[in-house]
Design a protein. Structure first.
Length: 456
């Protein structure tokens, strides 16, 4: 091997000789494709502090900025009205600079926004609500690929705002929306009036129904009804229909939707006799697995469609929750739920059932010989609060629920460890601990509203 000798100080008294070796060969750098870096950044942004992580990548290099910038804008969580105004101005300014010469027909960063979370914007006044609606009406047209919209139910979307979403869907050949949460809905027509023939034919299609008609990819829908007096059912006309199947739905001009991917549906409060609920009742929902609905079993069909909705779409449900929202209304009206026999028979694949006060009638077989024909594979039962009436119902239905493993107290939390013995053994806490002791013999856990066991 040849070598190079260096004598740096030839005239020094003690000159040294240094052996110069060639430097190590520089390793080959691998140029990862942008798609791989994008996947790495997505995984890094999933944990806590994901937005800070993406923001730090914007200043690393130009290439990292080009990859991370769409991810940074893909999810927008806005908490104030002023921030929403600034967000719209930023997107609007970018959209005005965009021209038709570019290969991509939609402006950035508007085309990057996929999730818009507005749940934490507080409702302060009607003027602020009008400004909020005006901003959304102008914002939706620059969000062509919006897939998730989460709203504060205190705000009601106007016709103009929903029409902006519909126009987007028409322009795109179908909406990209997969998730709609917190949508407030004010029924314009009563389904009962149309079904009973009091109205010759339903008027123009409601804006929300029209929007859903362009959402074939929708997977999650949450609608909260508004606008009705809670005492209106006290003066209800007693007209009933012998059988829901005897009605001619086509005569009222209602056609079904196309929602093959809908998995989670929440319909709460005053929409028990709305055109939207009637349209969903007539729509095949093959993928529906979770349903949250307000019970109105004491209101006859067609003035209430909720019980019929459970009977129609319950065959594929894995989770059914009966829930009455606690709105600040007076007087608060809580309606009956269908009987346990009706619920379990309508939902043969049910794994989790959540009940509401007043608890439903049992209506189960009284003789042990009849239990085998009523056995259900329910695994989780949620109750509002543990009390004597709830335990009586639970004991009565336990023989029909051999697979039951968990009972959840929805509105109760276990007291933290370290509280006094008297506090742990009295009131609701004492009732829950007594349930825990008795049901443990049957292999059933008792958990609180946060799905936690008692701390020992």
């Amino acid at each position: 091997m040849s070598c190079t000798i260096l004598q740096p100080r030839p005239y020094a008294q003690l000159s040294g000789k240094l052996l110069l070796l060639p430097l190590l060969h520089s390793g080959r750098t691998f140029d990862f494709p942008s798609e791989l870096w994008e996947r790495v950044f997505e995984l890094g942004a999933e944990g806590k502090g994901g937005r800070q992580f993406l923001q730090s990548l914007l200043v690393v290099s130009k290439r990292f900025k080009d990859i991370a910038l769409p991810l940074f804008h893909s999810s927008a969580c806005i908490t104030t009205l002023s921030s929403l105004q600034s967000f719209w101005k930023h997107l609007h300014a970018a959209d005005r600079k965009h021209d038709s010469i570019r290969r991509i027909p939609y402006s950035a960063p508007g085309r990057w926004v996929k999730e818009l979370d507005l749940r934490n914007i507080p409702f302060t006044s009607r003027g602020a609500a009008l400004e909020f609606d005006e901003i959304l009406t102008n914002l939706f047209p620059v969000l062509p690929f919006l897939s998730s919209l989460r709203m504060n139910p205190s705000f009601v979307l106007s016709r103009r705002a929903i029409a902006a979403l519909v126009d987007n869907a028409v322009m795109m050949g179908g909406s990209t929306l997969r998730k709609l949460e917190g949508i407030s809905y004010v029924p314009q027509n009563q389904a009962a009036q149309c079904l009973l023939g009091n109205v010759p034919q339903c008027q123009a299609e409601e804006p929300l129904v029209q929007l859903l008609r362009y959402c074939p990819l929708l997977e999650q829908l949450e609608v909260i009804g508004r606008g009705h007096d809670p005492t209106e059912l006290d003066f209800l006309n007693s007209t009933e229909v012998d059988s829901p199947h005897s009605l001619n739905y086509s005569s009222v001009g209602i056609t079904s939707l196309n929602l093959p991917a809908l998995q989670t549906l929440t319909v709460l409060s005053n929409m028990h006799s709305s055109i939207l609920l009637l349209t969903l009742l007539l729509t095949p929902l093959p993928s529906l697995k979770k349903l949250t609905i307000t019970p109105y079993d004491d209101v006859p069909f067609p003035h209430s469609l909720n019980t019929q909705f459970i009977l129609t779409h319950g065959s594929g449900l894995a989770t059914l929750a009966l829930l009455a929202p606690n709105f600040n209304e007076w007087p608060r009206r809580i309606h009956k739920s269908p009987s346990m026999k009706t619920l379990l028979a309508a939902c043969p694949r049910l794994k989790h059932l959540g009940l509401e006060n007043p608890l439903p009638d049992i209506d189960m077989p009284s003789s042990p010989a009849s239990f085998s024909s009523q056995v259900h594979q329910l695994e989780i039962l949620s109750l509002p609060r543990p009390n004597a009436a709830a335990y009586t119902m639970l004991v009565a239905i336990l023989p029909c629920l051999p697979s039951l493993r968990t009972v959840r107290a929805r509105d109760v939390r276990w007291l933290r460890k370290g509280m006094g013995l008297r506090a742990l053994e009295t009131g609701v806490q004492g009732e829950m601990r007594e349930w825990r002791r008795r049901l443990a013999r049957r292999g059933v856990r008792v958990v609180d509203g946060e799905w936690k066991d008692a701390e020992e």
